[in-house]
Design a binder for this molecule. Structure first.
Ligand code: ADP
Ligand code: MG
Length: 232
């Protein structure tokens, strides 16, 4: 069952937000386990107050047990989402080794893009170690809804020119994505009277999740195609 791992060395890149938004969208259709491997446990804290029946949060993962935790979770729920902190730790390499898709959230600045390339090196390292390709993609986060800066366009072109896959859907900078944490509810349970542009944030979250599901499906297709054909 698909495991989606969020990796970025930069604190504040938007990993935890993107992981939770994705988990909540997926949980609208199927049970999801979130492995909250951030020592501050933001998703565990969120889930303590949230009404999210399809969502289980595991917060005791460390580098000793992460492989088992992912294995157990993927035996129990159709989707597993892993939120990590940083890239240096062994836990990141271990989690990446189990990923069906690694998402590298990146904000639109040159510095952020350089940090993201550290995450990409970790992925390449894991590919070498395991001898299997690790599907990954960059998610541009906290992007402006109003303007597409030249800087942003430049970074996007740079990534694409370097052969780095970038999701078409971005996660825009929106109050609603912060409100999910302050009100401790999934987007769909927030009150539109209290949260500006909630509808637009929901459309954004759905586009992000459906593109991810599409990539996972394509990955499964590729894996199936790679199996030797059965002789009738
Ligand atoms: N798309 C977004 N729109 C608005 N605020 C965001 C968005 N993504 C992240 N943030 C805010 O930025 C800060 C860092 O985000 P977080 O998801 O915790 O990053 P990370 O997990 O990479 O450290 C938090 O205060 C969060 O609310
Ligand atoms: Mg985080």
């Amino acid at each position: 069952m698909p495991t989606i791992v969020f990796v970025s060395p930069k604190g504040g890149a938007g990993k935890t937000t993107a992981a939770l938004i994705l988990a909540c969208e997926l949980a609208r259709g199927a049970p999801v386990t979130v492995i909250d491997a951030d020592p501050n446990h933001p998703i565990k804290i969120w889930a303590a107050g949230a009404e999210a029946p399809n969502l289980t949060v595991i917060a005791d993962a460390d580098e000793e047990n992460i492989l088992e935790r992912i294995e157990e979770a993927s035996a129990q729920t159709p989707f597993v989402v892993v939120d990590l902190e940083g890239t240096a730790a062994k836990i990141v390499l271990l989690a990446v080794s189990q990923a069906d898709l690694v998402i590298v959230p990146t904000q639109g600045s040159q510095l952020d893009a350089e940090q993201a390339s550290r995450a990409l090196r970790v992925i390449k390292q894991q590919e070498k170690m395991s001898g299997r390709p690790v599907p990954y993609t960059v998610l541009l986060t906290r992007t402006s809804v109003a303007i597409r800066t030249r800087n942003m366009a430049h970074i996007q072109r740079g990534l694409i020119a370097a052969g780095v896959p970038v999701l078409k859907a971005e996660l825009h900078e929106r109050e609603a994505f912060r409100a999910v944490f302050s009100f401790r509810q999934p987007l769909e349970r927030l009150n539109p009277a209290e949260v500006g542009n909630l509808e637009k944030a929901i459309v954004n979250a759905e586009a992000f999740a459906s593109e991810v599901v599409g990539l996972l499906r394509a990955g499964q297709g590729a894996a199936a195609a790679a199996q030797p054909a059965k002789v009738a």
